[in-house]
Structure formats: C-alpha cells, structure tokens
Design a binder for this molecule. Sequence first.
Ligand code: NAG
Ligand code: NAG
Length: 351
Amino acid sequence: MNLSILTFVCLLLASPRFCLGLNEGDATQIFPVDRVAPFKFTIIGGVFLQDDPATNDTSFEYTRTNLGLIDRPYPTDPEFDPEHKKTQWQRFEHYVHTLNDGSPRDVAYKVFFIGRHGQGVHNIAESYYGTPEWDRHWSKLDGIPEVTWADPELTELGILQAVGARNFWASALTNASIPAPGAYFVSPLIRCLETARLTFGALDLPRDRPFKPVVKELLREVLGVHTCDRRSSLSTILERYPDYTAEKGFTEEDELWRPDVRETDEEMTARLTKFLNDVFCKERAIFVSLTGHGGSTAAILRAVGHRVFRLQTGAVLPVLVEAESVGGFAARGKEGPEFFEGWPVVKAWSP
Ligand SMILES: *[C@@H]1O[C@H](CO)[C@@H](O)[C@H](O)[C@H]1NC(C)=O
Ligand SMILES: *[C@@H]1O[C@H](CO)[C@@H](O)[C@H](O)[C@H]1NC(C)=O
C-alpha cells in the first residue's frame, strides 16, 4: 500500500487507531468493518412489493408495477386526500414528509431510487466465459484485442435499458406524479455515469429539482482485481461528463482499486453503510436517486436490513429507509450544519 492510499484511508476514517493498525501490518482490509459511524438503518416494509419475500426478483418488472409501490392507504390520507383525488405516489410522498416532520431530530426518513447501470460489455464477457473462468482469468485483463472491458461502456442492450428507465420516469412523472429525485448520486464507473445521463439527462424535470449528478466514490462496485471495476481519472470523467460534479475529496486517480485484493461482502457492506451515513448527514433531499451496481445495491440492502433482491441490469428499486442516530447526531435537515462538527465521517469528507 503506497503512502497516498494510506493518507486517503486515514483521512477518510480520521481514525488514528486504524492508521496505527495499518503500521502493524493489518493492511488487507480496504474499509474496516468496525467503523460504521452513527446511524442505525431500518427498512420500512409494506410499502414496496420488492421487500415482500413472496416477490420473485428474477421475473419482477418495475416498469409494469409502478416501481413496486403497493396500492395502500396511509394514516395521513384522510387529512391530505379526503376526496380521493391524489395518486398513490402523491399520498406516499405526503406520508414520508409527515414522517420526517413528526420525527425527533435524530430520526430521518429517505426514499432511495436505486438504479443499476444498463448492461455493460463486461456483463457479456462474463456470460461468455462463465463466471468461474471470468473470475480466474479474464476479469483481470483489460480486454482482448477486439473488445475492452476495463471501465466498460454500455452495450446496445444497456443503452436500451437506460432509455427504458427514462421512458418509465417520463410516464411516472406525468401520469403518476412520482416525486422527482431531489438529489442524484452516481458511481464513478462509466457505465453508471452513462446510464444516469441517458435516464435523467433529457427528462422534463421540475425546475426546483434539476438533474445535477454528484459522483460518489463510495457508491462504486466491488473494489479490486477486476479491471471492469477500476475507475477512470477524474479529468477523464469530467471531460466526458462536464455537467457532473465530483464530491469533495474525490481524487484524480483511482486510489482504492488494487490488482491483488478483492473487497469482501462484509467490507462492502461497511463501505455502503458509510455511504448512507454520509448521505443522511449531508443531504437534505428526501427522495434521492442512486445509480450504481449489482454489488453496491446488494450491499445497501444488507446495510438497511432489506431482503436479498437481485436487481437486473438497467432496473430500478425503491426503498424507504429510517435512519436513527445512535451517537446523538441530528440527521440533515433537522439541525444546522454546526451540529455535525466533531463527527469523524463528516470531517473526513469536508475540506
Ligand atoms: C422466478 O421467476 C423465474 C423467471 O420467470 C422463474 O424461472 C423462477 O422459477 C421463479 N421462481 C419462483 C420461486 O417462482
Ligand atoms: C400517460 O398516460 C396516457 C394514457 O395512458 C398515455 O397515452 C401517455 O403516453 C402517458 N404519458 C407518458 C409521458 O407516458
């Protein structure tokens, strides 16, 4: 591990103990699992079909099911919609706002629209070689002379899937009054940057909620070994996506990917837990779009206690998450920013 990675990890965690630990030779863990910061996350069930154990994740079609929103009453309906004129999404949106307004300052609720990138070149390569051979050999190469799968592009199908997501959103915004996301977070891998652009870039969005994507390092796919999960430099990303913003602290080069160590599920759950902490701490928007990967989605679901739901390429999965501070910290939107000072995760990601 070189000095800059060490510095990065120490900054990230602001934990002298962890840095000492590294010096003692404990250098294989990329994100230590014992530092997951102050929020406890719980999934609120009974709202989306996808968290019902009876729902088949292989055959589920989000575009035909209103994104899985269950047609049900909410305790806030009598006051909000006495004449039964609102859409399901409007009643749900009002309910979630009411939950937030009525909760103590250390409890907050957010709805994440978790999108997986459309099919990438690497997905085809993995199917072609079979997962064991892909993992053993081919995933470690940048590609073959005819095809590159290092930080891969979307395939034709992947592009169609992203356009399908755009069509779903266009229809849901117009016909179902689905709340447009108030924030967009995107993994730095090209397949996600492109999927988000194709999905949201040309949508007719409300003026107060434009598509202003922020590139988040922690939202990326499993770290290490596979070249499809090694990101491009920040300059390359911004050259291709000049409208995107990188979060503060985002490094020019990929300092997390290593050719010899593949991140474990446990480490990844800890990393995505850290990501959720970061979002709940800094982001005021209640409805938040995340564009990521199969692995990052699985890790978010583990982090919030959601059932396993294997998201198909290009598909979208909504979750309603309750965050309760276990360290006395307020969730964003409950208090001013000064309240967050002293929380190591926040300090590490602030200038
Ligand atoms: C889920 O759907 C897939 C694809 O349609 C099907 O092959 C599988 O048998 C289903 N699983 C269950 C448990 O019904
Ligand atoms: C809204 O629904 C109508 C009627 O079902 C349909 O014709 C129209 O195309 C839909 N709008 C969008 C943007 O999909």
